[in-house]
Design a protein around this ligand. Structure first.
Ligand code: FDA
Length: 395
């Protein structure tokens, strides 16, 4: 039935972000009549700010073990069927120049806007209708139809896709909306928390806050999880890729361990003592690390003087401490600074092949709204593309 204030579709997708646009384009190009709704006034706003404006759109090392989820197997199917190579092929089809920055991370040479324009063109090719800048005021379900009220109009479809992301960066309009709708339909939600987020340090570590702006290549560990990347001291605590990565795993009130000398062997200080006994330990460490950081670490460790004047035991203890330096963050900078959200709509209630809710026919969830969270480095967009593609094939 179609009238002035009612409209019928094959699928309604809520959220014109990375996952929603991909899903809409795929379903539209398969001949489905698709409505894509977003409360923001433009699509893909997080894509625009991603990767420092150049969008780290995928990672060539994408593999399921680079994702956090209550079910580590859930992402396998979608990631296997729509790979980083598939997205790259699309990027190349549009003539978008790209480069690999580091660790398999692919970025646009030009601007993230090219990715949004590409997705917009793909949606246009599928005849997708977009409603932007409009709030969804009501959703219900009956007689096999989802009824979604947007402004004065009621839109109906046998399929509803939740693609409104997670609550990270609320000032950009991010919300827990997908969780509320999912709960309304009886799905469970794994406790969400900010991830890929800087740590804050408490007064005990005030010494390190004075190092704001200093960075170093470190190893960082939480339990058995390890990353080797750059860390950055900030006026509030710890940031940089290494810290963002480990933050996704970190649990409150537990320590993270930092290896400040990941390229030096355990006996490095002893070897230097034998070779250069008159060298000040401060000078030696200042050659391996930024000087201000070396000073702060030695001050905290209470070690100073010439290498030759320090006992082997003291040097071994110092080396061990520098290789496994504990910080217990007081917290994180929260959703305001988190790139993504860990947790979300529980995968236990979703089909890993189609993203459809197993007990609620026609309801789908994709992208960051789902309890699948990637590492830093293009993995989260790859999940958005792959899960959006999987649902788009099933609608
Ligand atoms: P996304 O957040 O993209 O889209 C959700 C959409 O739903 C938005 O358009 C929003 O307006 C809309 N919406 C929300 N609530 C709604 C409501 N109630 N009604 C209607 N619409 C609603 N990842 C990566 O792989 N590489 C990178 O370089 C970066 N860089 C990066 C930088 C920064 C600063 C951030 C914050 C994040 C990243 N990310 C990233 C993460 C990446 O942006 C994220 O994983 C994806 O955008 C998730 O895609 P989704 O489509 O699921 O949500």
């Amino acid at each position: 039935m179609e009238s002035g204030d009612q409209q019928q579709w094959d699928a309604i997708i809520l959220g014109a972000g990375a996952a929603g646009m991909m899903c809409a384009a795929v379903a539209g190009q398969r001949g489905r009549r698709v409505l894509l709704v977003d409360h923001a006034d433009a699509p893909g706003k997080k894509i625009l700010i991603s990767g420092g404006g150049r969008c780290n759109f995928t990672n060539i090392h994408t593999a399921p073990d680079r994702y956090l989820s209550a079910n580590p197997h859930f992402a396998k199917s979608a990631l296997g069927r729509y790979s980083a190579q598939d997205f790259l092929a699309l990027v190349e089809l549009y003539g978008i120049a790209w480069h690999e920055k580091t660790l398999g991370q692919l970025f646009c040479d030009g601007s993230a806007r090219q990715i949004v324009e590409m997705l917009q063109a793909e949606c246009d090719a599928g005849g997708v209708t977009m409603i932007l800048g409009a709030a969804v005021t009501n959703i219900d379900h009956g007689d096999g139809q989802y009824r979604v009220r947007v402004g004065e109009r009621e839109h109906r479809a046998p399929a509803l896709v939740l693609a409104t992301g997670g609550p990270s960066i609320p000032k950009m309009g991010a919300s827990g909306f997908a969780y509320d709708v999912a709960r309304h339909f009886g799905l469970s939600v794994v406790q969400p928390r900010p991830a890929l987020v800087p740590f804050t340090l408490g007064p005990d570590d005030a010494l390190f806050q004075a190092l704001s702006g200093v960075s170093a290549d470190v190893g960082v560990r939480w339990g058995k999880i390890r990353f080797r990347e750059a860390a950055l001291f900030t006026h509030r605590g710890l940031s940089g890729p290494a810290m963002l990565q480990i933050s996704s795993y970190w649990q409150h009130r537990t320590p993270i361990q930092v290896d400040f000398l990941p390229d030096r062997g355990a006996d490095w200080l002893l070897e230097e003592k034998r070779a250069r006994p008159r060298t000040q330990v401060r000078k030696l460490l200042g050659q391996a690390l930024p000087e201000r950081l070396a000073d702060a670490l030695l001050e905290r460790a209470g070690v100073q003087g010439e290498l030759g004047a320090l006992s082997d035991k003291a040097l071994r203890q110092l080396a061990a401490r520098l290789a496994d330096w504990p910080f217990t963050p007081s917290g994180t900078e929260g959703y305001a600074k988190a790139e993504v959200t860990v947790g979300g709509i529980a995968t236990a209630g979703l089909s890993s092949r189609t993203m459809e809710a197993t007990r609620v026919p026609g309801l789908y969830a994709i992208g960051e709204a789902v309890d699948v969270t990637g590492w830093l480095g293009g993995y989260n967009f790859q999940w958005a593309w792959a899960s959006g593609w999987a649902a788009g094939q099933a609608l």
